[in-house]
Write a protein that binds this ligand. Structure first.
Ligand SMILES: C[S@@+](CC[C@H](N)C(=O)[O-])C[C@H]1O[C@@H](n2cnc3c(N)ncnc32)[C@H](O)[C@@H]1O
Length: 323
């Protein structure tokens, strides 16, 4: 079972202490009642990993851990076998003692696109909503965040995070909790909140923006990254049953519409800082994620369209401030 005790201790003093009124009961109920059928198998793969303390650790430019002297070939192969038991790996890449987890997404590219535009993370308390395997949490730590907390309801991703954490010397500067944003109390405690790749999965996107706002301190910063379409402030795509083969896509606004939504929710200083078409180099099938990926979701004759005929994935990053 995942032990959240270290996290509780970490937040017992400081701006997140009031979370302890609800969080332990919530996570105990989760451990008792909501475990995925494969959770035990995934967690056993984490338990079977060696506890390694890297002699070189880089989370500033990548997520890379190394040992001097290196692992033997046999040890490295054993590590790779265990990590492959946690496939599919979507968000990364990670380089762990010579095992290169070549994930479906180049999450480092997204990070590079947005970091020039956000407030420095040095000393900040940050929340990453929908953090996946936690790749960006480590990069937030690398950028100086005091504590990086991620939430994600997908239990495989929580186990992937725990696997990486174990291999980074049980690093306690980042934590992932198996929760959805809708389960969060209004904490009003984080200096920066990231929501990347989540908004279009929410049935009620304005409620999502309110929920993000409720996590922020006054003057805190929201970093919102999501799928957008071209168009003016009134343009919104509500796809039919699927968008790029995904069933759970509800609203894809234009970036100007998103600015208006954010302002409607009370955010100020709203800025569109990046616009970018997702390329076949950024999202692709690899030996660590062997099922369909972007190339299979696009019209084979026209990569400007999804296979359903909608505009191909275009993403924007918007930065806004809680007044
Ligand atoms: C497209 S991925 C984005 C991952 C990462 N933030 C990134 O930008 O690379 C969306 C993530 O949101 C998570 N998610 C889905 N519903 C959520 C919810 N209600 N609250 C928080 N996260 C959610 C998914 O499990 C998934 O890991």
């Amino acid at each position: 079972m995942i032990d959240f005790g270290n996290f509780y201790q970490l937040i017992a003093k400081g701006p997140l202490s009031h979370w302890l009124n609800t969080l332990p009961a919530q996570l105990s109920a989760w451990q008792r009642e909501s475990l995925h059928g494969k959770f035990k198998q995934w967690f056993n793969a984490v338990e079977a990993l060696p506890e390694l303390i890297p002699s070189q650790l880089d989370v500033q430019h990548s997520v890379t851990a190394a040992l001097q002297p290196d692992l033997s070939n046999g040890q490295r192969e054993g590590l790779e076998v265990r990590l492959r038991q946690l496939m599919p790996w979507r968000k990364g890449p990670y380089s762990l003692y010579g095992v290169n987890i070549d994930t479906e997404w180049r999450s480092d590219w997204k990070w590079e696109r947005l970091t020039p535009h956000i407030s420095a993370l040095q000393g900040r308390l940050v929340l990453d909503v929908g953090c996946g395997s936690g790749y960006h949490l480590w990069r937030m730590v690398g950028a100086g965040a005091h504590l990086a907390v991620g939430i994600d309801p997908m239990q495989l991703f929580v186990c992937q995070f725990e696997a990486v954490r174990k291999l980074l010397g049980n690093d306690q500067r980042a934590h992932v909790l198996p929760l959805g944003i809708e389960q969060q109390p209004e904490l009003a405690a984080f200096d920066t909140v990231f929501s990347m790749g989540v908004l279009y999965h929410r049935r009620s996107p304005l409620d999502h923006l309110w929920q993000l706002k409720n996590q922020l301190v006054s003057a805190g910063e929201l970093v919102l990254e999501t799928l957008v379409i071209e168009g003016d402030e009134n343009a919104v795509l509500v796809p039919g049953e699927r968008y790029a083969q995904m069933r759970n896509v509800y609203f894809i606004p234009s970036a100007p519409a998103l600015v208006r939504w954010l302002e409607k929710c009370g955010f100020v200083d709203v800025r569109i800082v990046d616009h970018c078409v997702t390329t076949l180099e950024e999202q692709r099938r690899t030996s660590w994620m062997t099922t369909e990926s972007l190339a299979d979701f696009l019209d084979p004759n026209d990569h400007c369209k999804t296979c359903e005929g909608y505009p191909a994935p275009l993403r924007a990053v918007i930065v806004a401030r809680n007044p």
